[in-house]
Design a protein around this ligand. Sequence first.
Ligand code: HEC
Ligand code: HEC
Ligand code: HEC
Ligand code: HEC
Ligand code: HEC
Length: 342
Amino acid sequence: MRRAAGILVATLFAWLLVSLLIPGGDQASATPQTWTSSRQCMTCHEQVFAEWQDSWHARSWIDPDVRAPSQSNNFQNKDCIDCHAPRPVFETGVGNRVLPRSSRRSEGVDCIACHLLPDGRVAGTIDNPNVACRPVATVSLQREDYCGVCHNQHKTVDQWRTTAWAERGEGCLFCHMPFRDGNPNRGRHHGMPGGHDLGLVSQAVTLEAQRTEVGVQVHVSNVAAGHAYPTDERSRASDLWWRPVSATGEELAWRHLHRIRDPYRWEVDVPSTLLLPDEKRELLIDGPDSEGALEVLLVYKLTPFYRDPVSGEPHTLAEVRDPLSDSQEVHRVRVGGTEAPK
Ligand code: HEC
Ligand code: HEC
Ligand code: HEC
Ligand code: HEC
Ligand code: HEC
């Protein structure tokens, strides 16, 4: 008993001595560090790192769709480097376009690009000068204008401003960076799903079809994208197809009904048909082939044009036999024929 107390006193004394000899001994770990790679953050933020590494932010420099000859052509087009391998957002400041960086480009949109402050500390939710990365409470990190630095070039933030989510103050993080397990104490998930996540895409829209006197009425509605469907990237497209279902159950060719897309700037004859927030769009299928039972299909495409599955040659919409060979199914509905039920 006495011995234990003695050890305790000695330990306390040693600790006191160390604290007196090393001023700010507590903060020894907070000696300013230079951040040169997101791998350094991984040491202490393993979970965030793993989520980010699996996200499209981490792939923005290596993404083959961005490197394609018709796109940045392996970043020969230098304008494309800015947002795909950016210098820190807080260097130029929220509201200004980011600058391109010249080193460690393969890390894409990384921890440093999103968090590093000009004085070498990091933007976070609370001040914490005693840890290595020295977080500073930074309200603008949660704002949509912060994501907008890179994401408003195709007006995603402007589209969001017109929605009920904006009115309620439910910004980009509300849907794209939810709390882990819904628990605010567990921080926000850095996976940031978007168009590559078919589950999220299917939540955004609904598809309904019913037979009326004039033909089959189809409704496609943007119910849960906090902006236009699809948003941001002109490469995205969502198509409606339909086909008659024969009495013998034979599957006939799909026919194109409608395309939802924002065209590239050079496609001057193509109108923008984005489905705006809350918009419910009505389309009609009529003509002799539409009198029997039929199927309506809504698909999503990460790149706008259909290619032949074998030759890779581009097809016009009229040439497409099986849209699903080069797109993903979002929703499918079936409508019965006009004949009276037996
Ligand atoms: C102002 C910032 C910015 C610049 C400059 C920029 N991009 Fe992007 N790019 C983005 C953002 C943000 C996304 C993600 C939006 C999305 O996927 O819908 C994106 C996504 C893409 C995609 C889709 C990637 C995928 O996952 O399918 C392609 C392709 C692309 N960009 C090509 C380019 C090309 C080519 C250039 C240069 C001409 C360029 N970008 C310049 C911000 C930018
Ligand atoms: C030596 C360990 C260590 C390294 C390296 C490190 N951090 Fe931290 N960081 C911490 C600790 C400990 C905390 C406080 C606890 C927490 O929030 O996880 C923290 C907190 C944070 C926060 C604030 C969380 C909040 O809610 O306010 C951010 C943001 C952050 N770190 C980003 C980074 C980034 C970006 C890097 C790399 C440039 C980095 N950290 C490197 C240890 C580290
Ligand atoms: C596209 C921008 C972006 C990237 C990339 C990014 N973060 Fe974050 N990070 C944020 C935002 C936004 C928040 C939420 C801030 C809030 O809730 O106020 C955040 C929150 C955090 C937090 C707070 C605790 C938590 O888990 O939510 C930590 C720690 C953190 N980030 C570390 C990192 C690290 C380490 C990396 C790289 C592996 C990284 N971040 C990459 C934008 C980013
Ligand atoms: C520094 C620029 C930058 C910032 C800031 C930024 N992003 Fe991104 N984001 C990108 C780029 C570039 C891509 C495209 C990556 C690719 O697919 O090549 C992207 C892709 C995405 C995607 C699409 C993922 C997919 O499936 O294709 C989502 C969702 C996203 N970002 C959400 C956010 C949110 C939310 C914020 C704010 C917290 C944010 N981003 C901040 C540059 C940025
Ligand atoms: C109400 C939920 C919600 C809110 C709020 C929201 N989004 Fe989305 N977002 C979605 C859904 C659902 C999708 C998938 C459908 C689509 O692409 O429109 C999506 C898709 C995206 C994509 C992927 C586009 C692509 O081409 O891959 C980006 C980028 C994006 N959102 C950015 C943002 C930004 C930036 C904000 C804030 C201004 C924001 N989102 C606010 C629900 C939301």
